[in-house]
Design a protein around this ligand. Sequence first.
Ligand code: ADE
Ligand code: ZN
Length: 322
Amino acid sequence: MSWRAFPKIELHLHLEGAAPPAFIRALSTEKSIDISKIFTEGGAYAFRDFQHFLKVYEAATCVLTTPRDFGRLTSAVLDTLAENGVVYAETFLSPEFCGGGDLHAWRDYLAEIEDAARLAESTHGLTLKGIVTHIRHFGPEAARPIALCAAETAGDFICGYGMAGDENVGRARDFAWAFDCAREAGLHLTSHAGEWGGPESIRDTLTDLRVERIGHGVAAIHDRALMETLADREIALEVCPGSNVALGIFPSFAAHPLAKLRDAGVKVTVSTDDPPFFHTSMTREYEALSRAFGWTETDFAELNQNALAAAFCDEDTRARVR
Ligand code: ADE
Ligand code: ZN
């Protein structure tokens, strides 16, 4: 069957990471910023491994210099999500890439992003919420103003706080101040963990940052007790199989632990992470999972139920999406 029209919920999507390469290239030409080396001859993003991916990602964000750029980007991303049947999405927003984490600039960027989200709600019936996210490898000090940006703009649209970037930099507890600040502002919490780190990274993140969800979390497959904890506490994993395969964490969808995590009782969900970087979309993820595991509508409906239960929106939104 075609999975395109099947209604989908996506919880783990980086806004800049969802920028089509043609969109970034057009902005680079418009602004005479030479980032040609981040593209292949065919026009895709070119990266060798995760560390290089992070560099290419940051280079691509260099051309996103104004609030209007982010408004246009948000609209382009939401049009693509709607084409792929996504009805509710949460996106990671990094003030570092929106005027450098300055609160005044951040409010201007956020206003454009929210305008685009409102437009998509009325034209596509697609709801978008934002999770302010600091970048781990920029360090704990740099995370503080980002958490303050999040706290100052917490509300209906900004409903969560998180951490992305290189998981091998520092320890989870180094970032506790930022997460405490966001929690006190009423924000829900998630963090990338167990993507590049092992089960200990997930444990530390749960203990020291007190998050409600884990981004990726696939390393839990190596630790039965941890899988039990995740299942018992209903900590949802934002699993991004296509991203993991593209970055070489697992050799194929068939070898991905998603089905085993689910069989262990863990609340798994599926997302795309940075879709154009990994040549994926929510439709492609569903197609690949259906091929790899024989999953049918019932299985995908369960993933969506998990995602909606773990979503950071308010109950009115949840009831509307259900
Ligand atoms: N930022 C964008 N994509 C990411 C990933 N897969 N892991 C960590 N940080 C990211
Ligand atoms: Zn991610």
